[in-house]
Ligand binder design. Sequence first.
Ligand code: MSP
Length: 505
Amino acid sequence: MTFYVTTPIYYVNDVPHIGHAYTTIACDILSRFHKLKGEETFFLTGTDEHGQKVEKASNLKNQDTQNFVDEMSKSFRDLVPFLGCDIDDFIRTTENRHKKAAQFLWNKLKNNNQIYLSNYEGWYSIRDEAFYLENELKKVNDSFIAPSGSPVEWVKEESFFFKLSSWEDKLIKYYEKNQDSILPKSRYNEVLSFIKGGLKDLSISRTTFKWGIKVPEEDNHVMYVWIDALCNYLTAINYPDEDNHNFKTFWPGVHVVGKDILRFHAVYWPAFLMAADIQPPKKIFAHGWWTNEGQKISKSLGNIINPYDIINQYGLDQIRFFLFREVPFGNDGDFSKDAIALRVNADLSNNLGNLIQRISSFIVKNSDSKVLKPKRFNQNDEKLLELFKKNFDNYLNHMNLFQIDRALKNIFEYLSEVNAYVDTEAPWSLKNSNQERMKDVLYIVTILTIRCSVLLFPIIPSSIKNILKIYNLSIENFNYEKINNFFPDYLKLNKPSPIFPRIEL
Ligand code: MSP
């Protein structure tokens, strides 16, 4: 099995904010999860650098457009390691490899008789880089606005069109056969009913500006930024070399996108691909949007959340954890400082952190820093070990369905059971009366804490690396296939230092 996961490529008209960080971290979690399942993975992110929106932003800064995109792209690239994300490639649409791939795709569509020249006349939103029908727009005062709230302008120009209308039936058939290819289910229904509402041919080139990939053999036309952008997912795995290892191994991939750009990925993209004799994506997952203390996040409201600020304030894994534990992946979420503190304190500091702290320091102090595999397990031990298996199965099911919040909830419910076991077995009270049983209890708690930590690794990797160091272990020692059999003969512990300090409310 292989797993190719992509983030949308980010527009470089502005610096990254929490919305971008959210998608990138989501893909990092999924990629790390699939790697631990033993799959070959490829995780791609990058920047979307063409089109009117980016050109306009560079003009506003009075900067040469190429210099501008170089600088802005770097701010997205630098953010990746800061978010603790382990990517396999970072693609920029201004790279040569991408121009070549996009032009190849264009020619393929042209040769397959999917493109024709005509005139476009209608509404366009630069902010969304999208064409709209008048009946999709809202009238506010005397002007029209897009469903996203963005302004639109009337455009009239010669344009190449993609025969999207001829793909309507094939897309419907494809989606009716592949019901889990768009998640969550509500988004699948939304896409299907949009397609059933009728598809019009799509304008795919522009003539009124130059900042884009040239249409092959057509000097006046640059490609519509979305056909250019979507193609990045192929470029990065070496398209058009379809016999290449990466293309053969990783396509079709999984696209994680925000709900606002689902239509481009779930309608236009599969149609382009099928029209170019390429398989459609394996899966498209649409996530929700974050608000800030109940308010829409926007530049004009001045409430943009800078990922650097928030991570410096609360800690990387604290934020990664909050984003994916607090809100079901797929739903909208609200970013609130109180919610972060409550969540981190309850789960990371109290439940996991305290458990590790009190048990491992007790082992260091009272058991010569060692735990040994017991000769036998009693009923309570067996019960807790069985429960791990059950929770592990649930974790796998949830993670396979992108239900990261439910997978996490599962682990923390289990950790509460481990804490309850510690309270009942009370190893400290066995210190003088039954050393052997005390040591058995310490062993059980230790290995189960380690197993839970390994399940948490995709979400909070750097903290888990530190936790594993307490036990002289490293994540490379683990994969999920063998986790139920993790019964080491012997573990030597190091003195722990506190891992998740409580956040003051
Ligand atoms: N360039 C296009 C994508 C092309 S992919 C072939 C684009 N870029 S974007 O920079 O505007 O947005 C990138 C992603 O950030 C989108 O998935 C969008 O949903 C996400 N978010 C932007 N603001 C967000 C929030 N407030 N909350 C969560 N995600 C948000 O679209």
